[in-house]
Design a protein around this ligand. Sequence first.
Ligand SMILES: C[S@@+](CC[C@H](N)C(=O)[O-])C[C@H]1O[C@@H](n2cnc3c(N)ncnc32)[C@H](O)[C@@H]1O
Length: 241
Amino acid sequence: MREAGPRVANARAVMASRVAPKGDGDYYATPPWATRALCVDVLGIGERRAWSVWEPACGAGHMAVPLAEYFGQVLASDLYDRGFGLTGPEWDFLRPLPEADAAPCGHDWIITNPPYGDLPQRFVERAFELAPRVGIAVFVQLRWLETIQRGRELFLPRPPHVIGIFCDRVPLVRGGWDPEASTATAYCWVVWRLDGAAPRPPVWIAPGAPQRHSRLGDLALARSVTPATDAGPLFEEAGDA
Ligand SMILES: C[S@@+](CC[C@H](N)C(=O)[O-])C[C@H]1O[C@@H](n2cnc3c(N)ncnc32)[C@H](O)[C@@H]1O
């Protein structure tokens, strides 16, 4: 298997938006290099920090594992069990919060690639309710920044601290991580700070992020790939994700 790269001959092209499959929680693993790009290129973390981070939709750990290289403590959880982290109904990030649970979560950061549809906004709103001490970061499609509704309900009332835009494409496929996949979809990181840090201009994550931020050890995480072609019609060209 090759080191992760942005384009490989005969790779599958994943078009525009994802159709949420039923019953698996909309599982697409984030290539580990995309999380290192957040830590290094967007958040500017050099040395590992004492910060704690909660990855509340961890899947099989493709984001939680690289987060552990930069954060002192990582809590990984998911509603669905993929053999990683804490799982089950009590880890449903969107479950109604009993009053006793309405206190701040006690983590410095909440960072995730949430399930799609209307769920990223609900994840961000829940993350705000859980009030991490420092910030929130979500990996989303670039076009998620659009729409009147999200503008009114999310971005205007809560302007992000910084947005990190990938110059490279970040290929995601259903069911795992395929380092040989390609994509036509653009992704970005949206970061909010709750500690009063001043807003920053957008950051363009320079071309070559897959090469800069891939590690040979990442390939161990590529094993759980379910070929998208075996799983029926997964993608459509347009839509409002
Ligand atoms: C797009 S995948 C991302 C997986 C992982 N964060 C990554 O980046 O590799 C979305 C994840 O959200 C999980 N999920 C869906 N609904 C959830 C919920 N209500 N609470 C917690 N996790 C949920 C799914 O099981 C899936 O693992």
